[in-house]
Structure formats: structure tokens, C-alpha cells
Design a protein around this ligand. Structure first.
Ligand code: BG6
Length: 545
């Protein structure tokens, strides 16, 4: 179970966050350590294993995967028998690969500086295999290195294959692994029964580029792996604050009774980034923000916000509920797409005081590109809980601020005792800030102190940083650990990924054929004006988080 809810010992439950007020430092009694600051206590992963990273010379390996593995090593979470093998086409030796990875970890690890003795122990398990995905010799070389890792590092014949490669290489790698018989047969249940070695595979996103390609990729994967061996990554699910959504909703009794159409007016979900497409122009020209962020990260946030309580925290119980939400999404008809979906593209503008280029002037982007870097949609969920409650969702590059937020906007009080002249008639809003400034805030109306009754919108504000300290694990640490443990709760299941595509695909089809240009918005703004109309038409407005 990934979401083990640990109880704090009664006597440790409350510890002061701040120093008590006093005039003399010498009078301050020593504070008891704040147990809430301890952060994640990881259990060491039981099974020895070797992690094989295809795409080892790519950015993801250097920036995310190796720093995550190193931090797991530093936190004593890796099994004692462990090795990591990088596979890529470039010519490298074990030594040069280790040196490159060390640089990556030094630059991108959340804990700095690198601890020399942890690194020295960790790097002894790192190796490199040169080869291309479509060459049978690559898999033979890999087999030899894996056997060596079993003998010398005690990797126990368990394998975690991580495909940090472009989607075009998924097929050849799955086929190569199948043909070379490097995959232990049978799913999780089979290896649990026999106690034999396991093999699992992790796919980076994007998983397909439309419904048909996702289905055929799933079919291909199924020729080599049982679904219980397949881990499709959506790194948003590894974020602490995203995992906390389930805890917040289902470990508290206060919110669930008001979580639905009787009390909620609408929901807003925002995934806004300040960065543009940077060096990924080529990728973005094929992808756009709809495939890059809406189809996966945003849909997942929507599912976790809207889902029913699962019957347990098992991977399938949680994923069953998410799939039900996806299946309840009202399909957008072609004539509704122009009305309910707004696509935008950033034009030149100012971000953090700097003049930045428009999307069409980014490297590897066509000068007349119609690719969207912003999308806003009105999503309707046709089920008992959410009938009639719109979910307004938006995602964009080069927005005014980097912020990911879920805001639940409640209905106004049924009878207006206080007049608009007294001010403060804003609705209650519960906002879950996923990043940055992670926290949860509840806005409500209060009386201003004084002889008159003047109303004011105020907030109760919980901040992760202040309560737990800020050095929380990166999403990839949690996800790698879960994959090594065989826990798929935070990974998307086959039907989930196919349902996500099924919902989004009509939008992309309509755009392919309508010949229209996205609405331009200045970089550093909150998106095109048409996105405001999407809400103002319903008498609502976007929050400016
Ligand atoms: C990735 C997208 O999945 O998520 C990127 O491909 C995006 O375009 C990134 O920048 C955002 O992730 P995070 O964790 O920075 O919010």
C-alpha cells in the first residue's frame, strides 16, 4: 500500500512551530523536536534488483532518474543488492557514464552537496551498455551485464526496465526484450506465488499520441508483459501534494459531505508554467500542450478531485474509481468544441521582467505553427455527485506565474443577510496548491473588527513548508521506489490511459481539420481573452492564483 497512514504517537502530536515570545534567549526552554518535520520514513525495499535505463544519455536520466536513485540510496531505501545499468547508443565506458551521472546528480539532486561515501557505494553499482534498441546484440550484451550484476551486486535476477526514450522506441525495446527472453514470464501474481524473480517495465509519457496509437502500444506491450508488470508514469502522481489529495479527502470527515453538486458551484484546475518550450520545439510541434499536459497530468488531477472513495487503497481499487470518473466525462460533440475549448499560443511578452520570444520564434518551431501552448476547457462529469457542476481546467506555457492549483468554489449562502454594500460576498473557496507554496487554503467571510458590520474575505492557510519542512522527496523517488516494490497505485492502468485519450481525441481531431489559428496571448499573461469568456458566459471568473 503506497499511502500508509501512520499515526503519530499522542505525546508527539503537537509541537510548537515557532519560538515562544520571550525577551531573553537564555530563558527559552529547548524545543522538543518537531516530529512532523521528520519527513518520509522509507522502509528499505525488500527485493534486490537491477534497474535498466534505456535512454541513458538523455536529459531525464541525468536530471531526474539518477538524482532520484542517489537520494533513495542516501535515504537507505534501496535494497542491499542493487545495480543500475544505462543503455544508449553513444559510446561510453562505465567510468565515463559514472562521471557524467555524478555531474548530473551534483547539479540536480534535491540534497546537496553529494555525500562522497554514499556516492562511492552507489556508483559501484552503475554500469553502461552501448547499443541500439533495434539490435539483438544490445540485448545479449545487456543479458551478460545483468548476470554479472546478479553475481557481483546480488541483484537477485529481478529487473526493472525503465524506458526513458521517445515513444517511437517503445515498440523496438518491448520487442527486443520479448525476443531476447529477458523478461521473467508471468505477472506479479505468478512471481509472488513461485517466489521467483520478477520483471517490470516503466514507460515514460507520452503513452501514444491518440487513442488508436495508445491501444496498439498497449497491445504490443501485452505481448511481452502482463498488465501487473507495466508501470506507466505520470510524474504528477508522485508529487507529495497530489498524493495528499486522497488523504485530505478521505482521511478527514469534514470535507466529503460538501464535496459534490449540493454544495459546490464549480471547480477550477490550473496547471500554469512560466517556462516556454525551451529546447523542446520539435517535440512540442508534434505534441502541443493538450497531449503534453492535459491528457495526462491535468486529467489525473481531475480524477483525484472527482473520484468516489475507493473501497481500499489497493492499486486497482484506486484506479477503478479514477476510471469511473473518466468514463463519466461528457464527450464533447464537434459543435461544442469551439464553444467549450479555447486553445492559445504565446506571443512575445514579458516574463519575470524579461522580454521573451513568442512560440513561433522558438527554435525548431514553424513560423506559422498552429500548435497550442495553452488550453482551457469546460468539462462536465455526468454522474450522481457532479451533475451540473462544471470543471474549468486550463494548462499553459509562458503564463504569469508557475502554479498548479485545484480550487473548489462553493455555492453562495442561500439567503443574503448581508448586503453587497457591506462588502465581502465572495463565495467560499477551498484551494489545494499543488506547487509551488504547497498548501491548502480555505477562504471564508469574516467581520472586520469595528463598530460597523463590514465583511472581509479571509483565509485559513496550511503550508507544507512551515509544518513539515521543505525537503520533501521528488516525485521520481517515490515512483521508482513504488515500481521496485511492485506497487502500481500511482501509475496509470491500461484502461485509464485509453479513456484519457478517448476524451481528448475529438478535440484534437476538430483542430486538425478546422484550419483555425490558436488565440494569441502575450507571454507572461493568464492566457487569451476567449478563456475568460468561457467562464464569464456562465457568470463566473478564473481565479488569479
Ligand atoms: C512534463 C511536460 O510532463 O511536465 C513538460 O512534458 C512540463 O512540458 C512538465 O514542463 C511540468 O512538470 P512540473 O513537475 O515541473 O510541474
Amino acid at each position: 500500500m503506497p499511502l500508509a497512514w501512520r499515526r503519530l504517537p499522542e505525546d508527539l502530536a503537537i509541537a510548537p512551530e515557532t519560538t515562544p515570545m520571550t525577551t531573553s534567549a537564555s530563558m527559552i526552554p529547548p524545543l522538543p523536536p518537531n516530529p512532523l518535520r521528520k519527513g518520509l520514513v522509507d522502509d528499505r525495499t525488500r527485493d534486490a534488483c537491477a534497474v535498466v535505463i534505456f535512454g541513458a544519455s538523455g536529459d531525464l536520466t541525468r536530471r531526474k532518474l539518477m538524482p532520484a536513485l542517489y537520494n533513495l540510496a542516501a535515504g537507505n531505501s534501496l535494497p542491499s543488492g542493487f545495480a543500475v545499468l544505462g543503455v544508449a547508443r553513444r559510446d561510453k565506458t562505465d567510468e565515463s557514464f559514472r562521471a557524467e551521472m555524478k555531474q548530473g546528480v551534483a547539479e540536480f539532486s534535491r540534497t546537496k552537496p553529494i555525500d562522497p561515501s554514499t556516492w562511492a557505494a552507489f556508483e559501484r553499482g552503475i554500469g553502461y551498455v552501448r547499443g541500439s534498441a533495434s539490435d539483438a546484440a544490445t540485448y545479449e550484451a545487456l543479458r551478460a551485464r545483468l548476470e554479472q550484476a546478479d553475481k557481483e551486486r546480488g541483484a537477485g535476477q529481478n529487473r526493472l526496465f525503465y524506458l526513458a526514450v521517445p515513444p517511437s522506441e517503445f515498440g523496438p525495446i518491448v520487442e527486443g526484450l520479448r525476443a531476447s527472453k529477458l523478461v521473467a514470464p508471468g505477472g506479479a501474481a505468478a512471481s509472488a506465488r513461485s517466489g521467483g524473480p520478477w520483471s517490470r517495465v516503466v514507460f515514460e509519457k507520452p503513452f501514444g499520441h491518440d487513442l488508436a496509437s495508445a491501444v496498439s502500444l498497449n497491445d504490443l506491450v501485452a505481448t511481452a508483459f502482463d498488465e501487473s508488470q507495466v508501470f506507466r508514469i505520470d510524474h504528477y502522481l508522485g508529487k507529495e501534494t497530489v498524493q495528499n489529495l486522497l488523504v485530505f479527502r478521505f482521511a478527514n470527515s469534514l470535507f466529503e459531505p460538501v464535496w459534490g453538486r449540493e454544495h459546490v458551484d464549480h471547480v477550477q484546475i490550473t496547471v500554469a508554467e512560466e517556462i516556454g518550450v525551451e529546447t523542446r520545439g520539435k517535440f512540442y510541434e508534434r505534441t502541443g500542450v493538450t497531449r503534453d499536459i492535459v491528457e495526462n497530468h491535468l486529467m489525473q488531477l481531475l480524477c483525484l478531485t472527482a473520484m468516489e472513495p475507493p473501497i481500499s487503497l489497493s492499486a486497482d481499487a484506486v484506479r477503478d474509481e479514477k476510471v469511473k470518473v473518466l468514463r463519466s466525462l461528457r464527450a464533447l460533440q464537434p459543435n461544442e468544441i469551439a464553444r467549450d475549448v479555447v486553445r492559445g499560443q504565446y506571443a512575445r511578452g514579458i516574463v519575470r521582467g524579461e522580454d521573451v520570444n513568442g512560440y513561433r520564434s522558438e527554435p525548431d518551431v514553424a513560423a506559422d505553427s498552429r500548435v497550442e501552448t495553452y488550453v482551457a476547457m469546460r468539462v462536465q462529469i455526468d454522474n450522481w455527485r457532479w451533475s451540473g457542476v462544471p470543471f474549468y481546467v486550463r494548462a499553459g506555457k509562458r503564463m504569469a506565474r508557475r502554479v498548479t492549483e485545484i480550487a473548489v468554489v462553493f455555492r453562495s449562502a442561500p439567503h443574503a443577510l448581508f448586503s453587497a454594500r457591506q462588502g465581502g460576498i465572495a463565495p467560499n473557496v477551498l484551494s489545494l496548491r499543488i506547487q509551488p507554496d504547497e498548501g491548502i487554503a480555505l477562504r471564508f467571510i469574516s467581520k472586520e473588527p469595528g463598530q460597523q458590520t463590514i465583511l472581509r474575505d479571509v483565509a485559513m492557510d496550511f503550508r507544507y513548508g512551515a509544518t513539515f519542512g521543505s525537503n520533501t522527496p521528488e516525485a521520481y523517488e517515490r515512483l521508482l521506489l513504488d515500481a521496485m516494490r511492485g506497487d502500481a497505485t500511482l501509475f496509470t492502468r491500461r484502461d485509464e490511459v485509453e479513456q484519457q485519450w478517448a476524451y481528448i481525441e475529438p478535440v484534437m481531431r476538430a483542430w486538425d481539420t478546422d484550419g483555425a489559428t490558436p488565440r494569441f496571448y502575450p507571454a507572461g499573461s493568464w492566457g487569451p481573452e476567449q478563456a475568460d469568456e468561457l467562464l464569464s458566459r456562465d457568470g463566473r471568473q478564473w481565479r488569479k492564483p
